[in-house]
Design a protein around this ligand. Structure first.
Ligand SMILES: [Zn+2]
Length: 675
């Protein structure tokens, strides 16, 4: 195609010709995506054909690497276009992009299935898995992942087994979707309509305005509150109208159990059974066994050990924290109590957290710990004028990575915050270390004509969190891209991110950047003290809440036999150990527990607590040697951040820590255990 000079060439088909070969966002047109997707699929299939028709005996090099690392002068086109397209679909989308995603998604799923279910390809992979030469740990991990991927897709099953697996998987995906849609419909079906302004008593102005807007949109007068979190949560926290709080609470906690078409009770039962059947078809005793095989926790026993240890440690403190109130009074009174005890409010801190200074603080932290520096480069193309692109340099001045930062909300950008990559790190066939391009995308408070962007402490933590993920990406130093950076087992991926959040309440760190945006005065000591103390407010109660959800999740997915019980009483029994207050007999969590029913957290909800244990345990090492200690930081980088998923995370962690993690540091951080 290089002969046709006159014709415009799809930029995905050529070297980008930009600094560090970053995506030429300014040159990509909508129609380029589809063309590149289709050509990418074609090349992928060609590659598979080449592999399976290779007359030579299957080896690691001619079978496993070929799929993963064929970067030499021949881009992995499908990967290249998918990365840009799907990143932008979250960060900067529009109707045309959304429509194209709808069109491409089934084609891409079909393609992935075709590869995964290719029997000839699996025969070769299986041969290598049995007869391979001596491999490095990283090669072994890649091989195991590859083999395991085929096996989990049913490659070892006979025809009937394969058909059954496909049926079960399809039914589960349809039911998950229905679960979510029912929940959404129930959320929408209920509204609290207020027409008497006196009933808004206690609510913050932002919540009142949002409710007025909600009413306007439905052409109603007054104020409309819904069960969506941004409406529900402030209402439960601030409204002084106890009866209305009760009404809202009961509406929320009885969703999807009414006798109507949105009922999720039978769907949950079926989903639990489907997942158990899938696991058993693939040779596992339970769904939890199937999931935990590829987790740092490793097995059901260690998950229960964590949950039970936490119950034992936190229960006495939770009893002391207990407010003797009805469930619908909980958020309201605990907020009041917090205000009285610590006299601290999120708004008070904003003037000290001007975005530009926070950026300096965060980059400065990375510099103190790891010696890296950030330099904005305006020649690197960006997908929106708000996005900043930096070149990152290592301690010795060598180029390390490209770092994009996209801070503020806008139309076409999803809510929340995340880290992603436009290029993963790997070592190509010529031995060149291809450095990563990472991106953090957030929705932080915007500047106004009068004021710069002033963040809350929560937003500073969000930035630190996503920045932690991006360090995991930027320090990556592995051979294979699929094992690089944040490509690690599920319950390990939040360690680098949550680890960074620890700094948010460290005085030594706050001192480096938290200055009043008008007066320049540093964040007062007294305020810092109150922030630190208020952090552990009701910590034991919050912990037991997470543990109770973890117990519920495990109770469903450790079932060996058909699940036939009634969901509501089963739920009350399953998490009883972690519940202190009384349980209302008519409410139900399971039917709205999207994480474990419709999301990817089935048999994985414990991960939240698991990651917290890890981040506290790792940060304890820094607390011991100094939170800016460079030697400790170097070890963290060498043992964990640079290693990605090349080895079992427990092995990596122990190499850094000198032993397995314990819950001690978390208990100390939460004030449960004195030093
Ligand atoms: Zn995260």
């Amino acid at each position: 195609m290089s002969e046709q000079q006159e014709k415009r060439i799809n930029p995905f088909f050529l070297p980008y010709g930009t600094p560090h070969d970053t995506p030429p966002f300014d040159r990509i047109r909508l129609e380029d995506y589809e063309e590149a997707f289709m050509e990418g699929i074609r090349r992928d299939n060609e590659q598979v054909d080449k592999t399976i028709n290779n007359p030579a005996k299957p080896t690691f090099d001619n079978t496993i690497i070929n799929k993963d690392d064929d970067t030499e002068g021949y881009y992995d086109l499908l990967d290249r276009v998918s990365t840009v397209f799907f990143n932008l679909l979250s960060a900067e989308t529009n109707d045309e992009m959304d429509a194209l995603a709808q069109k491409m998604q089934p084609i891409l799923t079909q393609h992935a299935n075709d590869v995964r279910l290719n029997e000839k390809l699996f025969e070769r992979v299986r041969y290598v898995h049995r007869h391979h030469r001596k491999l490095t740990p990283e090669e072994k991990m890649l091989l195991d992942n590859c083999y395991d991927g085929f096996v989990r897709s049913g490659a070892l099953l006979d025809k009937a087994g394969k058909d059954r697996l496909r049926q079960l998987t399809e039914e589960a995906s349809i039911l998950s979707l229905q679960f979510s849609q029912n929940l959404l419909k129930e959320n929408k079906a209920y509204t609290l309509h207020i027409t008497d302004a006196a009933q808004l008593d206690g609510l913050p102005q932002t919540a009142i305005e949002a409710a007025a807007e909600e009413a306007r949109q439905r052409e109603m007068d007054g104020w409309l509150f819904t069960l969506d979190f941004p409406s529900y949560s402030p209402f439960m926290t601030y409204s002084t109208q106890r009866e209305l709080r009760r009404e809202m609470y009961m509406a929320k906690n009885t969703e999807c159990i009414h006798d109507n078409e949105n009922n999720n009770l039978e769907i949950c039962k079926r989903l639990i059974n489907l997942r158990r059947e899938i696991a058993q078809l693939l040779g596992f005793k339970t769904y939890a066994d199937y999931v935990l095989k590829n987790r740092m926790a490793g097995n059901v026993r260690s998950v229960y050990k964590l949950l039970n240890d936490l119950i034992k440690a936190y229960k006495p403190a939770a009893k002391k924290e207990m407010l003797d109130v009805e469930p619908w009074d909980m958020a309201f009174y605990s907020h009041k109590l917090k205000l009285r005890k610590y006299n601290i409010d999120a708004e008070m801190l904003r003037p000290y957290f001007q975005l530009e200074k926070v950026i300096d603080g965060v980059f400065g932290l990375a510099n103190r710990l790891y010696g890296i520096t950030f330099k904005e480069n305006k020649d690197i193309p960006v997908y929106h004028p708000d996005v900043k692109a930096y070149e990152v340099f290592d301690r010795d001045g060598s180029y390390l990575a490209v770092f994009y930062a996209d801070f503020h909300p806008r139309k076409g950008k999803q809510g929340g915050a995340w880290m992603t990559q436009y290029q993963g790190q790997c070592i190509d066939k010529k031995g060149k270390n291809v450095r990563p391009h990472v991106s953090v995308v957030m929705n932080l408070t915007k500047p106004t004509p009068e004021k710069p962007a002033l963040l809350t402490l929560g937003e500073v933590e969000t930035f630190l969190h996503e920045f932690g993920h991006s360090l995991h990406g930027m320090f990556a130093n592995t051979r294979f891209e699929s094992l690089s950076g944040t490509n690690v087992w599920w319950d390990f991926v939040e360690l680098p991110s949550q680890f960074m959040e620890n700094y948010a309440v460290e005085k030594e760190f706050l001192r480096t950047f938290a200055f009043h945006y008008q007066t320049g005065e540093p964040l007062p000591d007294e305020l810092i003290r109150r922030i630190v103390r208020s952090r552990n407010f009701m910590a034991a109660t919050a912990c037991l809440r997470q543990v109770s959800l973890g117990l519920l999740d495990m109770a469903y997915y450790t079932k060996k036999d058909a699940f036939t019980e009634d969901i509501i009483p089963f739920e009350k029994k399953a998490w009883k150990k972690a519940i202190l207050g009384k349980q209302l007999p008519d409410t139900c969590m399971t039917v709205q527990f999207s994480h474990i029913m419709a999301g990817g957290y089935a048999a994985g909800y414990y991960s939240y607590k698991w990651a917290e244990v890890l981040d506290a345990d790792a940060f304890a090492v820094f607390k011991k040697h100094g939170i800016f200690d460079q030697q400790t930081a170097q070890r963290f980088r060498d043992c964990i951040l640079s290693k990605g998923g090349t080895e079992n995370p427990m092995v990596l962690y122990k190499r850094f820590r000198g032993g397995e993690p314990t819950i001690d540091a978390l208990l100390k951080r939460n004030g449960i255990k004195k030093r």
